[in-house]
Design a protein around this ligand. Structure first.
Ligand SMILES: *Cc1c(COP(=O)(O)O)cnc(C)c1O
Length: 222
Protein backbone atom coordinates (compact mmCIF):
# COMPACT_ATOMS: atom_id res chain seq x y z
CA UNK A 1 0.00 0.00 0.00
CA UNK A 2 1.39 3.38 -1.05
CA UNK A 3 1.70 5.96 1.70
CA UNK A 4 0.44 8.84 -0.43
CA UNK A 5 0.56 11.40 2.39
CA UNK A 6 4.20 10.59 3.18
CA UNK A 7 5.13 10.66 -0.52
CA UNK A 8 3.43 14.02 -0.94
CA UNK A 9 5.27 15.45 2.06
CA UNK A 10 8.58 14.24 0.62
CA UNK A 11 7.88 15.73 -2.83
CA UNK A 12 6.80 19.05 -1.32
CA UNK A 13 9.97 19.14 0.80
CA UNK A 14 12.12 18.48 -2.28
CA UNK A 15 10.36 21.29 -4.14
CA UNK A 16 11.01 23.66 -1.21
CA UNK A 17 14.70 22.70 -1.17
CA UNK A 18 15.09 23.23 -4.92
CA UNK A 19 13.48 26.67 -4.62
CA UNK A 20 15.67 27.62 -1.67
CA UNK A 21 18.81 26.57 -3.50
CA UNK A 22 17.72 28.65 -6.49
CA UNK A 23 17.10 31.64 -4.20
CA UNK A 24 13.48 31.73 -5.28
CA UNK A 25 10.62 32.42 -2.87
CA UNK A 26 8.61 29.64 -1.27
CA UNK A 27 5.59 28.82 -3.42
CA UNK A 28 7.32 29.89 -6.64
CA UNK A 29 6.80 26.40 -8.10
CA UNK A 30 3.44 24.66 -7.99
CA UNK A 31 2.91 20.93 -7.69
CA UNK A 32 0.45 19.25 -10.03
CA UNK A 33 -0.28 15.75 -8.69
CA UNK A 34 -0.75 13.58 -11.79
CA UNK A 35 -3.58 11.19 -10.95
CA UNK A 36 -4.17 9.58 -14.36
CA UNK A 37 -5.02 5.87 -14.10
CA UNK A 38 -4.56 5.88 -10.31
CA UNK A 39 -7.10 4.16 -8.06
CA UNK A 40 -9.58 6.47 -6.39
CA UNK A 41 -8.38 5.64 -2.85
CA UNK A 42 -4.94 7.08 -3.64
CA UNK A 43 -6.53 10.26 -4.98
CA UNK A 44 -8.69 10.48 -1.86
CA UNK A 45 -5.56 10.12 0.28
CA UNK A 46 -3.95 13.06 -1.55
CA UNK A 47 -7.10 15.14 -1.07
CA UNK A 48 -7.10 14.28 2.64
CA UNK A 49 -3.48 15.44 2.81
CA UNK A 50 -4.52 18.83 1.44
CA UNK A 51 -3.50 18.46 -2.22
CA UNK A 52 -5.90 20.34 -4.51
CA UNK A 53 -4.00 20.65 -7.82
CA UNK A 54 -4.31 17.54 -9.99
CA UNK A 55 -3.31 16.62 -13.52
CA UNK A 56 -5.15 14.27 -15.86
CA UNK A 57 -4.34 13.07 -19.39
CA UNK A 58 -7.72 11.94 -20.68
CA UNK A 59 -10.81 14.14 -20.79
CA UNK A 60 -13.42 11.38 -20.38
CA UNK A 61 -11.56 9.62 -17.56
CA UNK A 62 -11.09 12.94 -15.77
CA UNK A 63 -14.75 13.80 -16.17
CA UNK A 64 -15.92 10.54 -14.59
CA UNK A 65 -13.53 10.94 -11.69
CA UNK A 66 -13.66 14.64 -10.91
CA UNK A 67 -17.25 15.73 -11.59
CA UNK A 68 -18.48 13.98 -8.41
CA UNK A 69 -15.50 15.27 -6.39
CA UNK A 70 -15.96 18.88 -7.52
CA UNK A 71 -19.04 19.19 -5.32
CA UNK A 72 -17.06 18.14 -2.24
CA UNK A 73 -13.94 20.18 -2.93
CA UNK A 74 -14.72 23.67 -4.19
CA UNK A 75 -11.08 24.71 -4.40
CA UNK A 76 -9.81 22.11 -6.89
CA UNK A 77 -7.44 23.17 -9.66
CA UNK A 78 -7.62 20.57 -12.42
CA UNK A 79 -4.97 20.56 -15.16
CA UNK A 80 -5.28 18.81 -18.51
CA UNK A 81 -1.78 17.59 -19.38
CA UNK A 82 -2.64 15.09 -22.13
CA UNK A 83 -3.27 15.63 -25.83
CA UNK A 84 -6.59 17.35 -26.58
CA UNK A 85 -8.62 16.71 -29.73
CA UNK A 86 -10.47 19.74 -31.08
CA UNK A 87 -13.81 17.92 -30.81
CA UNK A 88 -13.26 17.51 -27.03
CA UNK A 89 -12.56 21.22 -26.49
CA UNK A 90 -16.01 21.91 -25.03
CA UNK A 91 -15.73 19.10 -22.49
CA UNK A 92 -12.22 20.20 -21.56
CA UNK A 93 -13.25 23.84 -21.05
CA UNK A 94 -16.20 22.74 -18.91
CA UNK A 95 -14.09 20.57 -16.60
CA UNK A 96 -10.52 21.88 -16.40
CA UNK A 97 -9.15 25.00 -14.72
CA UNK A 98 -5.91 24.86 -16.68
CA UNK A 99 -5.24 23.36 -20.11
CA UNK A 100 -1.51 22.79 -20.63
CA UNK A 101 -1.57 21.18 -24.07
CA UNK A 102 -2.60 23.87 -26.54
CA UNK A 103 -0.28 23.20 -29.48
CA UNK A 104 -1.92 24.13 -32.78
CA UNK A 105 -4.02 26.89 -34.33
CA UNK A 106 -7.04 24.66 -34.99
CA UNK A 107 -7.21 23.70 -31.32
CA UNK A 108 -6.88 27.36 -30.30
CA UNK A 109 -9.85 28.20 -32.50
CA UNK A 110 -11.90 25.35 -30.99
CA UNK A 111 -10.97 26.46 -27.45
CA UNK A 112 -11.91 30.09 -28.18
CA UNK A 113 -15.32 28.91 -29.39
CA UNK A 114 -15.78 26.69 -26.32
CA UNK A 115 -14.78 29.54 -23.98
CA UNK A 116 -17.31 31.88 -25.59
CA UNK A 117 -20.04 29.27 -25.33
CA UNK A 118 -19.29 28.16 -21.75
CA UNK A 119 -18.49 31.59 -20.33
CA UNK A 120 -15.61 29.89 -18.54
CA UNK A 121 -11.95 30.67 -19.11
CA UNK A 122 -9.42 27.99 -18.15
CA UNK A 123 -5.82 29.14 -17.89
CA UNK A 124 -3.88 28.10 -20.99
CA UNK A 125 -0.34 26.88 -21.53
CA UNK A 126 1.16 26.18 -24.94
CA UNK A 127 2.97 22.84 -25.29
CA UNK A 128 6.35 23.17 -26.99
CA UNK A 129 8.18 20.24 -28.61
CA UNK A 130 11.59 21.27 -27.24
CA UNK A 131 13.14 17.96 -28.34
CA UNK A 132 11.87 18.37 -31.93
CA UNK A 133 10.59 14.79 -31.83
CA UNK A 134 8.50 14.16 -34.98
CA UNK A 135 5.99 11.87 -33.24
CA UNK A 136 5.45 14.13 -30.25
CA UNK A 137 2.78 16.75 -29.60
CA UNK A 138 3.77 20.36 -29.15
CA UNK A 139 4.55 23.29 -31.36
CA UNK A 140 8.12 23.57 -32.67
CA UNK A 141 10.00 26.43 -30.96
CA UNK A 142 10.27 28.40 -34.21
CA UNK A 143 6.50 28.16 -34.76
CA UNK A 144 5.70 29.39 -31.26
CA UNK A 145 5.49 33.12 -32.12
CA UNK A 146 2.86 32.45 -34.83
CA UNK A 147 0.75 30.28 -32.51
CA UNK A 148 0.90 32.88 -29.73
CA UNK A 149 -0.14 35.55 -32.25
CA UNK A 150 -3.05 33.37 -33.37
CA UNK A 151 -4.15 33.00 -29.72
CA UNK A 152 -3.97 36.76 -29.14
CA UNK A 153 -6.11 37.28 -32.23
CA UNK A 154 -8.73 34.99 -30.67
CA UNK A 155 -8.57 36.87 -27.34
CA UNK A 156 -7.11 33.79 -25.62
CA UNK A 157 -4.68 34.62 -22.81
CA UNK A 158 -1.75 32.23 -22.74
CA UNK A 159 -0.01 32.19 -19.35
CA UNK A 160 2.92 29.92 -20.00
CA UNK A 161 4.64 27.06 -21.77
CA UNK A 162 4.78 23.32 -21.14
CA UNK A 163 7.15 20.62 -22.39
CA UNK A 164 7.70 16.87 -22.15
CA UNK A 165 11.40 16.26 -22.84
CA UNK A 166 12.51 13.20 -24.83
CA UNK A 167 12.96 10.08 -22.69
CA UNK A 168 16.51 9.87 -21.40
CA UNK A 169 17.40 13.52 -22.08
CA UNK A 170 18.72 15.72 -19.28
CA UNK A 171 15.78 17.86 -18.15
CA UNK A 172 18.08 20.83 -17.53
CA UNK A 173 18.54 21.68 -21.23
CA UNK A 174 14.80 21.54 -21.92
CA UNK A 175 13.84 23.47 -18.77
CA UNK A 176 16.36 26.20 -19.57
CA UNK A 177 15.13 26.45 -23.18
CA UNK A 178 11.47 26.51 -22.11
CA UNK A 179 12.16 29.17 -19.47
CA UNK A 180 14.03 31.27 -22.04
CA UNK A 181 11.16 31.05 -24.55
CA UNK A 182 8.62 31.92 -21.84
CA UNK A 183 10.64 34.94 -20.78
CA UNK A 184 11.04 36.13 -24.36
CA UNK A 185 7.25 36.14 -24.77
CA UNK A 186 6.51 37.59 -21.34
CA UNK A 187 4.82 34.41 -20.08
CA UNK A 188 5.12 33.68 -16.33
CA UNK A 189 4.49 29.90 -16.23
CA UNK A 190 7.00 27.18 -17.16
CA UNK A 191 5.63 23.63 -16.81
CA UNK A 192 8.32 20.94 -16.91
CA UNK A 193 9.62 18.23 -14.56
CA UNK A 194 8.14 14.85 -13.56
CA UNK A 195 8.79 12.26 -10.84
CA UNK A 196 12.41 11.59 -11.83
CA UNK A 197 13.55 15.14 -12.43
CA UNK A 198 11.30 17.77 -10.84
CA UNK A 199 14.13 19.03 -8.58
CA UNK A 200 16.54 19.87 -11.43
CA UNK A 201 13.62 21.18 -13.51
CA UNK A 202 12.91 23.75 -10.79
CA UNK A 203 16.58 24.68 -10.58
CA UNK A 204 16.44 25.46 -14.31
CA UNK A 205 13.30 27.56 -14.15
CA UNK A 206 10.17 25.39 -13.80
CA UNK A 207 7.22 27.11 -12.08
CA UNK A 208 4.92 24.07 -12.44
CA UNK A 209 6.02 20.46 -11.96
CA UNK A 210 3.84 17.46 -12.86
CA UNK A 211 4.48 14.55 -10.54
CA UNK A 212 2.62 11.23 -10.66
CA UNK A 213 4.33 8.01 -9.59
CA UNK A 214 6.52 9.64 -6.91
CA UNK A 215 3.27 10.59 -5.13
CA UNK A 216 0.84 7.81 -6.02
CA UNK A 217 3.14 4.90 -6.78
CA UNK A 218 3.33 3.04 -10.07
CA UNK A 219 0.24 3.31 -12.24
CA UNK A 220 -1.67 0.03 -12.45
CA UNK A 221 -1.59 -1.49 -15.96
CA UNK A 222 -4.47 -0.92 -18.36
C1 LIG B 1 2.09 10.92 -16.74
C2 LIG B 1 2.62 12.29 -16.93
C3 LIG B 1 3.36 12.94 -15.92
C4 LIG B 1 3.73 12.28 -14.61
O1 LIG B 1 4.68 11.28 -14.81
P1 LIG B 1 5.40 10.56 -13.56
O2 LIG B 1 6.63 10.01 -14.14
O3 LIG B 1 4.45 9.53 -13.06
O4 LIG B 1 5.68 11.62 -12.56
C5 LIG B 1 3.74 14.25 -16.15
N1 LIG B 1 3.45 14.90 -17.29
C6 LIG B 1 2.77 14.30 -18.29
C7 LIG B 1 2.47 15.06 -19.52
C8 LIG B 1 2.34 12.98 -18.14
O5 LIG B 1 1.68 12.40 -19.15
Amino acid sequence: MEDVAANLARVRAEIATALQESKRPEGDARLVAVSKKQPLERVEAALAAGQRVFGENYVQEAKRRWEPLKGRYGDLDLHLIGALQSNKAEDAVALFDTIQTLDRPRLATALAKAVAKAGRRPRLLVQVNTGLEPQKAGVAPDELPDLLGHCRGLDLDVEGLMAIPPAGDDVAIHAALLAKLAKRHGLPEVSIGMSDDFGPAIRFGATIVRVGSAIFGERPEG
